[in-house]
Design a protein around this ligand. Sequence first.
Ligand code: PNS
Length: 161
Amino acid sequence: MKRIAVCPGSFDPITYGHLDIIRRASMLFDEVVVLISVNALKTPSFTESERMMMIRENTQEFSNVVIDVLDGLLADYVQKIGAIAIVKGLRAVSDFEYEFQMALANKKLYNGAETVFLTTSSENMYLSSSVVKQIAYFGGDISHFVPENVLDFIRKRLVKE
Ligand code: PNS
C-alpha cells in the first residue's frame, strides 16, 4: 500500500522554507500531496492557479510529489485519498500552539492519519510568506527566501510603485 502524506498550506507564495519541508517529506513517504488549502483567517495575494504554477515549477525534480487544491476540510481530503500523515513544518515555539490545536482538531475529525512535524532547517527559522511579502512590498531583497519564478510573481503583484 502506498504511504501517502499531505503537506497542506496557503503557499501564498511558496518559499524555500516550504520547499525544504516538501523535499524532506518526499524522502519519508511514497507520495506527497502539496495541498493548496484555504486558510479562513487569511486573504490570499495570489490566485490558486498562480500558486499552483509557482509550486509546480519548483517541485518538478521530485518524482513523488503531486499538487492539488482543496476547498473544504483537510481531514475530509486526507480520509478521501487514504493519506496516513499530514506533514507540517515547525519553526519556533510560537508556531506550536496553533499547530497543536489544528493537529488535535484534525485528529478529532478523522482519526486515521497522524500529523507529523518536521523541524525547520535553521536557515529558514524566520521565514514566512507574510514576512517575504512585507519585505518585497518595500523593495527589499527577497532573493534568498523564494525561487526565481516566485520573485517574478511577487515583483508584478506586490512591489510598491
Ligand atoms: O499556511 P497556513 O496558512 O498556515 O496553512 C493553514 C492551513 C491552510 C493548513 C489550514 O488553515 C487548513 O488546514 N485549512 C483547510 C481547512 C480546514 O481543514 N480547516 C480546519 C483546520 S483544523
